[in-house]
Design a protein around this ligand. Structure first.
Ligand code: SF4
Length: 183
């Protein structure tokens, strides 16, 4: 099976979800949100076709990561290939975040996307809305987007947000005074 990627795997990201993550930049998106930072990923014929097995082999070789993040582009357009990658990532002990322009509720009613959803731990959903853009929020581009705990949402059959990431960033500095000074 092949997947169309916009770029090489990007290890060691600290801005695409919690912890240290390898980002998989998928190619292809039809949402065309005004102000999108990744317009070069819209073209469904762009990027490069890569074997899913090769992506998984490369992932196995990347050390000291907490998880993977599917981004793009919109990974939901390549649900089957992403499903295989996420399943393998879980087997490696990695957690899975996914960014999509679709809403969680839309994904639920598409069988292939729903199957992928079951391999996702955290979904950041919704289109990027320029008027709601903010630098004071965690892991999202605009305030309309939601950071969703997928396993809990599936279990409760309603969207469960991750509250700590839906709050605004705190700029308080937690400086701890050293007990002893060696000078
Ligand atoms: S969904 Fe994401 S990649 Fe697609 S147009 Fe919107 S911001 Fe860009």
């Amino acid at each position: 099976m092949k997947i169309r990627l916009a770029a090489c795997l990007q290890p060691d990201s600290i801005v695409d979800g919690e912890g240290i993550r390898t980002v998989i930049w998928t190619q292809g998106c039809s949402h065309h949100c005004p102000g999108c930072h990744n317009a070069s990923t819209w073209d469904f014929d762009g990027g490069a076709l890569v074997d899913v097995d090769d992506v998984i082999t490369e992932l196995r070789g990347i050390k000291n990561q907490d998880g993977i993040t599917l981004s793009g582009g919109d990974p939901i357009f390549q649900a089957d290939a992403c499903y295989e990658i996420c399943k393998a990532a879980h087997e490696m002990g990695l957690n899975v975040w996914c960014y999509t322009g679709f809403k969680y509720e839309q994904i639920l009613f598409n069988p292939k996307a729903r199957r992928l959803l079951e391999q996702i731990d955290v979904l950041v959903d919704g289109r990027f809305v320029e008027e709601e853009k903010s630098f004071d929020i965690y892991f999202r581009g605009s305030r309309n987007q939601r950071i969703i705990d997928v396993p809990k949402s599936l279990e409760k059959e309603q969207v469960v947000l991750i509250d700590k990431y839906m709050e605004d960033k705190s700029y308080e500095i937690n400086y701890k005074k050293p007990q002893y000074m060696f000078i």
